[in-house]
Write a protein that binds this ligand. Structure first.
Ligand SMILES: NC(=O)C1=CN([C@@H]2O[C@H](COP(=O)(O)OP(=O)(O)OC[C@H]3O[C@@H](n4cnc5c(N)ncnc54)[C@H](O)[C@@H]3O)[C@@H](O)[C@H]2O)C=CC1
Ligand SMILES: O=C(O)C(=O)CO
Length: 331
């Protein structure tokens, strides 16, 4: 009988998920749900693991991959995989799996919520009531900016981008998009209109970023980009913090070059409590909760377990970022 493979899970997960893994593998688990696995423990465990069940806060880099001689698969709990050196993983024959599709609607819902929160000042309004500062109904008290009939500009018209466009139609918004490639089918189905990046910035009332973080998108929203936006417009980031240059965003907000921002993601997470963006009343910060509904998080965990089982038993996983490794010898 061959020995079971060893999987290391980098965060405490529900017993049902661990049990599912135990059916086909020996399983080690970092025993905290809130505190990320320390780097030295991760390196030590990865060095003996056949599979890693990783969080997007774990750095799966060249150092880790090169020392992980047995590793065949990393299943990341998320669709984004900018925390993983996919090039190195591919070179070493390690499959990288993620969880697309199942989180699309949940993340699109949250994106709409951020648009509403930023435009209609919902965070400020909530704090005002809870802190006893609501003095009277008055004509411009907490008056924000409309959502309906405004122009939404989606940068990164992928699965989540399209789901946001679909929702925006329900708010009677005009939808512009910018993507690496034009999407004629989405244009027809969603009534979305393609624009160059610069034109989208100039014309939109709400600019939403939903690209992956790559060498191309890192710092895409910089001083020049914010300058092109309307002074009345909002920047909404549900992608990754590093697609924006945070100092430039702060400057644009301070100078009134844009009206506000809704941010689910930050360059460094968790964001420091004294970060200047958190001190600005026109900024709605959220703690990277785009896909955080209980239903979706369960589905994502189940999918990671399925992907691990598939790769470790020599079958194609449901989702793989570097499919070329599946054609190679270890499977
Ligand atoms: N805040 C959160 O909790 C969540 C954040 N995300 C982020 O959202 C991203 C998108 O997710 P999906 O829509 O599922 O991915 P997707 O792969 O379906 O869509 C990404 C789109 O961005 C486009 N794109 C890539 N580079 C571009 C560039 N330089 N300029 C313009 N467009 C570009 C692609 O062509 C694609 O259409 C993820 O990679 C992740 O970083 C995803 C889920 C939850
Ligand atoms: O899936 C992702 O990429 C996230 O950021 C969290 O779901």
């Amino acid at each position: 009988m061959t020995a079971k493979p060893y999987i290391y899970v980098t965060r405490q997960l529900p017993a049902e998920i661990i049990e599912k893994l135990r059916r086909f593998a020996e399983v080690g688990v970092w025993p905290s749900e809130e505190r990320p696995v320390p780097r030295d423990v991760l390196l030590r465990e990865a060095a003996k693991a056949d599979g890693l069940f990783a969080m997007l806060s774990d750095r799966i880099d060249e150092e880790l991959l090169s020392a992980a001689k047995r590793l065949k698969v990393v299943a990341n709990l998320g669709v984004g995989y900018d925390n993983i050196d996919v090039g190195k993983a591919t070179e070493l024959g390690v499959a990288v799996c993620n969880t697309p599709d199942i989180l699309t609607d949940t993340t699109a819902d949250l994106t709409m919520a951020l648009i509403l929160m930023a435009g209609r000042r919902l965070g400020e309004a909530l704090e005002c009531v809870k802190n006893g500062r609501w003095k009277s109904w008055s004509p411009f008290f907490m008056a924000g900016t409309d959502i309906h009939h405004k122009t939404l500009g989606i940068v990164g018209m992928g699965k989540i981008g399209e789901a946001v466009a679909e929702r925006a139609r329900g708010f009677s918004m005009k939808v512009l998009y910018h993507n690496r490639h034009r999407k004629p089918e989405a244009e027809k189905r969603l009534g979305a209109v393609y624009r160059s990046f610069d034109d989208l910035l100039r014309e939109s009332d709400y600019v939403v970023c939903l690209t992956p973080l790559t060498d191309e998108t890192r710092g895409m929203f910089d001083r020049e980009a914010f300058k092109k936006m309307k002074p009345s417009a909002f920047f909404i980031n549900v992608a990754r913090g590093a697609v924006a240059v945070e100092e430039d965003l702060i400057e644009a907000l301070e100078k009134g070059e844009i009206a506000g921002a809704g941010l689910d993601v930050f360059a460094e997470e968790p964001v420091r409590p004294d970060h200047p963006l958190l001190k600005m009343k026109q900024v709605v910060p959220l703690p990277h909760i785009g896909s955080a509904s209980t239903e979706t998080r369960w589905a994502m965990m189940e999918r990671c377990a399925e992907n691990l089982e598939a790769v470790l038993s020599g079958r194609p996983p449901v989702n793989v970022v570097n499919p070329s490794v599946l054609q190679r010898s270890h499977l």
